[in-house]
Design a protein around this ligand. Structure first.
Ligand code: 4AD
Ligand code: MG
Length: 438
């Protein structure tokens, strides 16, 4: 038996595939139009979609094509024809077809799609086949690739941290407790940061891409209970140094997506020129105090020391056409590990990066406390127990150095790049307070 070579459907649209070429393709039936003496169906694979035409006179084929259903899987042999009437200007005249599986009636209707209903989340395992989701998934793929590329090109080692941990990084309110062989006080990690801090003493510049878990009790368009977190930590780096890495990383990711995923961005209706403009370096830098002034001017009732909610963030970024760093949050706004500014101890050497167009905070980071006594005091000041953080404090006992790091919410970044209304669409199988299925 001779193995058949199948061509990717996307490749059939390249200029070197001439009119009249014999082709073999395979995929899933995307749309069907049945006429009296002709059947048109769109065939989809991971690379593209092409129209296939079956003529009633084609013996042995018509009977197989007549009962075809949406999402049936087929292999097709045929002849590629240039035809202006076909989508993309080309179609395949079918000479032979094998139906691998006649699909049952596909449950996702045009109505469900139009109404963007919850139902699409119930059938997410099927909805991911749509051109909408496929475009997002391809962009997401490129985002992950770009993150790895950026870090590896810049001398970072990739590391892995555990998902089962024993103490909160980002505060107790969003911890997921797990039953770990009956042992109490074991949780899913909120951030790999503390482990990255340990690893800089071996590798100096480290990064990881991993899930983080937050028991976010409110429903929001920007929160998942399981999200993908790209985190980095660097020995010897100051706040200023780490902000440079953060903005370079974001600009690098967007450039790669714009270069390689223009088609997908277009499918999503995303304006590429806006993205290019939004990723020009440097990003804006304002202090927390300046942010507060802007908000007050806009009529918000905010006091020094308040954290910013989604509304405040949106109002703030509406002043800017690129991402903006808000630098120097008051101590109470940020987790205990942030280093306080020695010149102004009431503020931390921290910064959030806010995405434009109201997509919110995409990065949090800054300098870490590297003095042991300072850390222990702050842990106590935050009402926490130093015993829970023994190994973390230990890092300040053996050759401690200044260091900085950050965490990028990858799903939020994808949400912004794709221009999505809801973070749930940025990830194939979202998890939030209401949803752990499918
Ligand atoms: O600001 P966060 O909580 O910072 C940390 O976890 C640090 N330990 C990171 C570090 O310095 N290594 O989270 C970082 C980013 C946020 O800016 C946001 O983009 C994203 O993670 N994020 C979430 N994304 C989706 N759903 C959630 N529930 C998220 N919580 C945070
Ligand atoms: Mg944050």
């Amino acid at each position: 038996m001779v193995a058949i070579e199948f061509t990717e459907i996307g490749k059939l649209f390249s200029s070197d595939v001439r009119d009249g070429t014999a082709v073999s393709i395979r995929g899933w039936v995307y749309r069907i139009r049945k006429l009296k003496d002709k059947v048109f169906f769109l065939l989809r694979d991971s690379s593209g979609v092409i129209q296939c035409v079956v003529d009633k006179n084609e013996e042995g084929i018509w009977e197989k094509v007549e009962p075809l259903t949406i999402e049936s899987s087929v292999t097709v042999k045929g002849v590629l024809k240039y035809d202006k009437r076909a989508p993309g200007g080309r179609e395949v005249h079918v000479k032979d077809i094998m139906v691998v599986h006649y699909a049952e009636p596909f449950p996702i209707t045009e109505d469900a799609v139009r109404s963007e209903s919850e139902y699409l989340l119930d059938v997410r395992h099927l909805w991911i086949r749509s051109s909408y989701m496929t475009s997002i998934l391809k962009i997401r793929h490129t985002v992950f690739e770009a993150i790895h590329e950026y870090f590896r090109k810049n001398g970072f080692y990739e590391v892995q941290a555990p998902m089962f941990i024993t103490a909160a990084v980002e505060g107790g309110a969003t911890l997921f407790q797990v039953d770990y062989f009956g042992r109490k006080g074991v949780y899913l990690t909120q951030s790999s940061q503390f482990y990255l801090e340990a690893l800089i003493y071996a590798l100096e510049k480290v990064y990881t891409i991993a899930p983080s878990f937050r028991a976010e009790k409110s429903r929001s368009r920007r929160h998942l209970s399981e999200f993908w977190h790209a985190e980095a930590e660097v020995a010897w780096y100051s706040l200023k140094d780490i902000l440079r890495i953060e903005e370079e990383l974001v600009a690098y990711i967007i450039k790669k997506v714009v270069d390689e995923r223009e088609k997908e961005l277009k499918t999503l209706g995303r304006n590429v020129d806006i993205l290019i403009k939004e990723s020009e370096l440097p990003f804006y830098r304002i202090t927390y105090d300046e942010a507060l002034e802007i908000l007050k001017r806009k009529g918000f009732e905010v006091e020094w020391g308040d954290d910013f909610g989604a509304d405040e963030e949106r109002a703030l970024v509406s002043e800017f056409d690129k991402p903006v760093f808000v630098i120097g949050f008051p101590e109470a706004c940020k987790a205990f590990y942030h280093r306080n500014d020695p010149e102004r101890p009431e503020v931390t050497l921290s910064a959030d990066l806010l995405a434009p167009e109201g997509y919110g905070e995409i990065i949090g980071g800054g300098e870490r406390i590297y003095d042991k006594d300072e850390l222990v005091k702050k842990i106590k000041r935050f009402g926490l127990d130093p015993k829970d953080y023994e190994w973390y404090i230990d890092l300040r006992r053996y050759g401690s150095v200044p260091h900085s790091g950050f965490g990028l919410g990858v799903d939020r970044l994808v949400m912004w790049i794709c221009g999505l209304k809801h973070i749930r669409d940025a990830i194939p199988f979202p998890r939030d307070i209401r949803r752990v299925y499918p």
